[in-house]
Design a protein around this ligand. Structure first.
Ligand SMILES: [Zn+2]
Length: 329
């Protein structure tokens, strides 16, 4: 993928292209911003452009260097990711050793550390020196959705580029190009909330089953008699379930927004889940506006906290009990 093909974050593209034009790309970079907005893709494109044999301010995606990076076999470009939820000191030590070696075949060495917040403390500490004074031929790009979890000493050594969520219209457009129907594209774009990777990953059937499962949990939670289902599912959050927790809450949030719309007598054509209209109507008749607003507030809070908070199980439990209390307002 070349810069011209990366969706969204035009400002960041401009900054990087300008830096490339002036051959002044910072050696220590931090790409932060929400999940699924193309941070890693942008870092790989930067790596390709720095090494491209044909172009200087974008990747050609055709030369042997670009192709090798796309296949993940370029000797000078390394992607470091967590193994079992942690980036270990052995990995960053290796990175450091490589960073001080001249490029083998390319022009620049590029190290992309994805999920950089998962570096163990020793791993993070071992990078301080190379981030502070990287050799001119090495570039380190740390990628994370949770910069708040990085040491200030890491943050202060990197030039930070903050990515933003991809616009709803842009996602909708891409989905339409991928042969989703207009209504499906609209629902999906709303659901993924700026997470383009997720949007591209989804099959319509999956969305339907995610919504059905979420509705079952939502109803259980709202009615109170089977609310323990929610805790069973999310009370202890393994990494795989964490993502699902976030997604389920996004769906909850779309349900509650619809309930609010119906409660206030809004036009059903604006429903986020038109396919759930009868069920939503039933819920909206039973919920007070105060309760709807209270639950929305809780949801917004948890969704904003999720990327910052290490103890996601606790967040889930707190959400569970606050949702429960709102049953009586
Ligand atoms: Zn190329």
């Amino acid at each position: 993928m070349a810069f011209k093909d990366v969706v969204g974050n035009e400002r960041i593209k401009r900054i990087l292209k300008l830096a490339l034009e002036r051959t002044r790309v910072p050696n220590s970079l931090l790409f932060c911003g929400p999940e699924g907005v193309g941070k890693k893709a942008m870092a790989l494109t930067l790596a390709k452009t720095l090494n491209c044999l044909n172009l200087t301010t974008d990747s050609c995606d055709e030369c042997p260097s670009c192709e090798a990076i796309d296949k993940g076999v370029h000797p000078d470009v390394m992607v470091i990711a967590a193994e079992k939820q942690e980036i270990k000191i052995e990995q960053t030590r290796f990175l450091k050793q490589m960073a001080y070696l001249r490029p083998m075949t390319g022009k620049k060495r590029v190290f992309i550390v994805v999920d950089a917040a998962e570096m163990s403390d020793p791993a993070a500490n071992s990078l301080l020196k190379v981030l502070e004074e990287p050799p001119p031929y090495s570039h380190l790009v740390l990628v994370t959705a949770s910069p708040f979890l990085l040491f200030p000493t890491i943050l202060s050594r990197c030039q930070t580029l903050a990515f933003s969520a991809i616009g709803r219209e842009e996602i909708e457009k891409i989905l339409l190009e991928r042969n989703f129907g207009p209504e499906q594209a609209r629902i999906l774009a709303l659901l993924v909330d700026g997470n383009l990777d997720w949007a591209l990953d989804l099959e319509w059937e999956e969305v339907q089953s995610l919504k059905e499962e979420s509705w079952a949990l939502f109803e259980a939670l709202a009615s109170g008699d089977r609310s323990a289902l929610f805790l069973e599912r999310f009370g202890t959050l393994a990494k795989a379930v964490q993502e699902e927790f976030g997604r389920t809450l996004e769906v909850f949030s779309s349900f509650v927004r619809d309930i609010l719309l119906l409660r206030l007598g809004g036009d059903p054509q604006f429903l986020l889940n038109p396919d759930f209209e009868p069920r939503l109507r039933e819920a909206s008749a039973a919920w007070t506006v105060r309760r709807v607003l209270g639950v929305l507030e809780e949801l917004d809070f948890v969704l904003a906290e999720l990327p910052k908070n290490l103890n996601k199980g606790l967040l889930a439990t707190t959400f569970f009990s606050n949702f429960g209390e709102l049953r009586h307002v």
